[in-house]
Design a protein around this ligand. Structure first.
Ligand code: ADP
Ligand code: MG
Length: 614
């Protein structure tokens, strides 16, 4: 009988294992960069030639290796980072599998130079396809330089699978960006064919973002922070206006390790809902800090996927952090641009402080008596309806407070609930309409131009959403109840949201086959024909349903605000204009319409001066 099973020679085993770790130049770059970080480097240089096909080299000033370690580092499962299986559950370093260098050396020509601070001489090792060609002492700076040449020189089939240079280069830059973002305190340079492409000095995260993505990001970053007992979120999000059509610059890091998660990225986009258009993607760089015991990072060999014990909580915390940041952004910078949120690294999370900014602002420009009395500040309201399963911490319990927050019906358009107080001037005569579409209002620091339709949609949208959530929408009774007959599928659709319609103030009841009876509509909607209003609402609801993935309530609020808002071309009285301005800035997010269009622009005195060269 013949025995046929044999152990594979190391070189072949390494080559097979390499398939998992090294798919392309970028995967090697990632491993080399992470090793440099793990070695405590404060400056890392990257040299790329021919999109990494010819050369990927990483030079660090980290702790270096002894001659024995230098040789050992190329063995498979050789690592200095974990010793016991217990360590696996408390991983804080990047590497831990101990197979990166072995894999890279199996499929490329590798040269390492390394020296520790307390040795005079360093070590040089050359390996081609797992075969050690040279090991000798060498003069070298402290730290490690590893160059990988001719990737897949010995596996032609895989070399042929490499993509064009622009594609491979894009992958390399992406890996570089991820590591550079998560270590802003480490300086990085990247050379492409000897040309310096990035030179990133050590600095703050906001500076690193600008260094990587360009100056245009300077005015666009909003700090975001949420600290909870189990999970901290920190980082920056882009202002809604910096959102792009392509989903590009979106980064999550968990314990400083880049991860991909469509679930968590949905948490961010849902917080942006109503602030950007449906086909736009917000910018974000968010760092999650979580006890390693609650995550499993070892799901995938290239380690960009992750499992959380409790994904839903992570989702909720991220969403709330982003919402809060957007809310804070609206209270300060959008209205008073002199306070720049950028480079404001002291991410304040003190609710008192935020409420203070909020209050100060409302005093400054608008006389909002009801708002002032409220003990529930603007940013707190952002939480409402946020964690749908748990009661909102800021849910007002007292009836009196609720009254303040729900927008009153009807009366609001007749009475000057919010008035602009343009410094010492009286309130009339300073607000006027252009083209019956835009409202020009004077402020203490210049002028503001509002798009009346977008602004009104925003006001109504927030009001309706609130009404649906609290079931507080007032109703006006129809003089003559109307019946609406629908097709069966529309009938089913309406049946499914009868409760929400009631909350909004619609008094609708099933009334025979596929028919509804309308006895009342929301109090603050000016209606000529209840039936038209109802059918129009249904039509709008269906349109949004096809275009966007809105939840039912959100869709209803949006649809009704679209249908019942003031339109372009509608003449407004000075009082109505002032009410509109006042109400807009009492909104949680006054800057954008629910569809993501700007509601106003500001022309501050400085810009006006600059027109005249002053
Ligand atoms: P891992 O990072 O998973 O431990 P690697 O194959 O990437 O495995 O590296 C093996 C070992 O070589 C590391 O554990 C570390 O001790 C050493 N090493 C690798 N790169 C460097 C470096 N740039 N500086 C210092 N030590 C390094
Ligand atoms: Mg490693």
């Amino acid at each position: 009988m013949n025995n046929v099973i044999q152990l594979l020679p190391d070189a072949i085993a390494n080559q097979i294992a390499a398939g998992e770790v090294v798919q392309r130049p970028a995967s090697a770059l990632k491993e080399l960069l992470e090793n440099a970080i793990d070695a405590g480097a404060s400056h890392i240089q990257v040299l790329i030639k021919d999109a990494g096909k010819q050369l990927v080299q990483v030079i660090d000033n980290g702790k270096g290796m002894s001659p024995t370690d230098a040789r050992m580092s190329f063995e498979r499962h050789a690592t200095s980072k974990i010793r016991t299986s217990q360590d696996l559950f408390a991983i804080r370093t990047f590497g831990f599998r101990g197979e990166a260098l072995a894999s890279i050396a199996a499929v490329a020509q590798v040269e390492m130079k390394t020296r520790q601070a307390d040795s005079e001489l360093g070590t040089l090792i050359q390996i081609d396809g797992s075969e050690v060609k040279k090991q000798e002492p060498v003069a070298a700076p402290v730290g490690t330089s590893i160059s990988m040449r001719n990737l897949f020189f010995n596996v032609p089939a895989r070399r042929n699978f490499l993509k064009s240079n622009p594609v491979e280069m894009r992958h390399l830059v992406e890996e570089f960006q991820r590591v550079a973002l998560s270590y802003p305190e480490v300086a990085f340079t990247l050379y492409q064919q000897d040309l310096e492409t990035y030179n990133l000095p050590s600095g703050k995260l906001s500076q690193r973002i600008v260094g990587l993505f360009g100056k245009s990001y300077q005015g666009q970053l909003v700090p975001c922070e949420e600290l909870t007992p189990h999970l901290n979120v920190k980082g920056y999000i882009g202002k809604p206006e910096s959102a792009k059509k392509t989903r590009g610059e979106q980064f999550f890091f968990v314990n400083n390790r880049y991860i991909k998660s469509s679930y968590l990225s949905h948490a961010v986009s849902s917080a942006f809902e109503g602030l950007i258009q449906a086909d736009q993607h917000p910018f974000y760089v968010l760092f999650l800090d979580i006890d390693p015991a609650h995550i499993d990072i070892n799901v995938h060999p290239t380690k960009t996927e992750i499992k959380f014990d409790d994904e839903r909580t992570v989702y909720a915390v991220i969403r709330s952090a982003v919402k809060q940041a957007l809310g804070a952004h609206h209270v300060a910078p959008s209205l008073d641009f002199s306070m720049d949120v950028n480079f404001q690294e002291n991410w304040t999370n003190d609710p008192e402080k935020k409420a203070q900014v909020d209050r100060e602002y409302s005093y400054k420009t608008f006389n909002t008596p009801e708002f002032k009395k409220s003990s529930v500040s603007g940013w707190e309201r952002l939480f409402e309806g946020n964690l749908s399963s748990t009661p909102s911490p800021s849910q007002p319990k007292d009836e009196g407070e609720t009254e303040i927050l729900t927008f009153p019906s009807r009366a609001s358009m007749d009475e000057p609930r919010f008035m602009i107080v343009p410094q010492e001037a009286e309130s009339t005569g300073t607000t006027f309409q252009v083209e019956q579409s835009y409202i020009v209002a004077q402020m203490s620091t210049g002028l503001m131009i509002l798009d009346q339709q977008s602004a009104h949609e925003r006001i109504l949208y927030e009001r309706y959403l609130k009404n649906i959530q609290t079931a507080k929408g007032a109703s006006q009774q129809c003089l003559f109840p109307a019946t609406v007959q629908l097709n069966p599928s529309d009938y089913a659709l309406v049946m499914d949201m009868v409760d929400e319609l009631h909350s909004l103030g619609f008094m609708v009841e099933p009334f025979g086959k596929d028919t509804f009876l309308i006895q009342g509509v929301p109090a603050d909607v000016t209606v000529k024909n209840e039936k038209d209003l109802f059918e129009g609402l249904l039509e709008q609801f269906k349109n949004f349903k096809n275009e966007l993935s809105l939840d039912k309530r959100e869709n209803l609020a949006r649809s009704l605000s679209r249908r019942s808002s003031i339109k372009k071309g509608q003449k407004l009285t000075p009082q109505e204009m002032e009410n509109l301005v006042g109400q807009l800035f009492a909104c949680q997010n006054p800057n954008y319409s629910p569809a993501g269009n700007k509601t106003f622009v500001k022309l501050d005195l400085n810009s006006i001066h600059s027109f005249f060269g002053k």
